[in-house]
Write a protein of this length. Structure first.
Length: 376
């Protein structure tokens, strides 16, 4: 009995010591705040007493800012705040890229995790969380066309779980090259944008489907799942993903969700590679989507371009909305080709040209702009 009491006492002492050690480790962390946005300025700080130099790099500028070492080894720099938007940044510590350890706001770009800098303002107000939030779920489905079990993200609007008799239109929202099914949720703030627009009465409540546009992947690379080998020269894999989108994903959604199964209640949009998937899906399957919104992709002249567009025109559509940045070296010229082709084929459309280039601050802006036009 005495031995048992000693053992229990030792165990309790060890547990208490471990807890105290963890608490002490937490308390020893310096009260560093970074980034701190105030009065039109942003201050970045990093606890790096060991460093010989620290720089700040951000995607709003090509400049790198030298940081100064202060008390207790805290490096800091204060800069003018960029215009309201969401940006990414990192520190360069003795030549090594380092994330900000005290900034919990991060987004994933492929296999990179990047800190976020949120500058509040009119342009970015819909990127915040609002009071009535929808749900983003990871959903698995079997693709017979690609021969694998695949994952997509599905947004359902606030009230979807309660309003059992209500059916909803669907936006199929496609990512770009290097992205995956989480890109629009992580970097695009798609859920926050739709939540805000719906809560304000500016957009119709809708389901948003965000598939994985890489046909060799089961899911995002961070899942650690093996990829498959696709022979892209094999005719059976030509347009395999967009065929799967129309022939498998749409039926899955309309069977498992309260989705309205009509072209007038389907929209498709994608950025860059996803913009190409958008133009391909609508050309190959005209009449499937009444709302067509390719972003930062454009199109190339071809001997079948006019016939493709005439097929879409004949099948009918309600909105053709094209977005691109004027500084987009990858897509601006092809966007002008698409605009000209739509015009000569007598197809009513909107071409929205913004500033900046091939980047998420444009794609968030575009979603925020065209989503209120859908399903009206």
């Amino acid at each position: 009995m005495k031995k048992l009491l000693i053992t229990l006492a030792a165990a309790l002492l060890f547990a208490g010591a471990a807890s105290a050690q963890e608490l002490a480790n937490f308390q020893r962390q310096a009260p560093v705040v970074s980034p701190e946005v105030s009065g039109g300025k942003v201050t970045f700080r990093l606890n790096a007493n060991y460093a010989t130099y620290v720089k700040l790099a951000g995607n709003w500028t090509r400049e790198q800012y030298d940081m100064q070492k202060g008390e207790n080894g805290i490096w800091s720099v204060t800069i003018d705040a960029p215009e309201p938007e969401i940006y990414t940044y990192n520190f360069i510590v003795d030549g090594v890229s380092v994330n900000d350890p005290v900034n919990y706001m991060v987004q994933r770009d492929g296999t990179r995790y990047l800190n976020m800098l949120f500058i509040p303002g009119e342009r970015s107000e819909n990127y915040n969380e609002c009071s009535q939030r929808g749900t983003v779920s990871a959903v698995w489905y079997d693709s017979q066309i690609l021969g694998i079990n695949r994952r997509m993200m599905v947004y359902t609007p606030y009230g979807y779980e309660k309003n059992k008799n209500q059916k909803y239109p669907v936006l199929y929202l496609l990512h770009g090259g290097g992205g995956d099914e989480e890109a629009w949720s992580s970097m695009g703030r798609a859920a926050q944008i739709l939540d805000n627009l719906i809560e304000k009465g500016k957009a119709v409540p809708m389901i948003v489907v965000m598939p994985n546009g890489n046909p060799n992947q089961q899911a995002a690379a961070t899942m650690g799942l093996p990829t498959i080998q696709l022979d892209r020269t094999d005719p059976k894999f030509a347009n395999a993903y967009v065929t799967s989108l129309v022939k498998e994903i749409i039926p899955f959604i309309e069977k498992n969700y309260r989705a309205i199964p009509k072209p007038a209640s389907r929209a498709i949009s994608g950025l860059s590679m996803g913009g190409g998937h958008t133009t391909s899906a609508t050309a190959l399957f005209p009449g499937t989507f009444a709302y067509i919104c390719p972003l930062s992709c454009g199109i190339r002249e071809s001997d079948h371009l006019d016939a493709d567009l005439q097929g879409i025109k004949k099948a009918g559509y309600k909105l053709y909305w094209v977005g691109c940045g004027s500084d987009d070296a990858l897509a601006y010229q092809n966007t002008k080709v698409l605009d000209a082709a739509l015009t000569r084929n007598g197809m009513e459309h909107t071409t929205f040209i913004s500033a900046n280039g091939h980047e998420w601050r444009n794609w968030r802006l575009y979603l925020n702009t065209f989503a209120p036009l859908l399903f009206k």
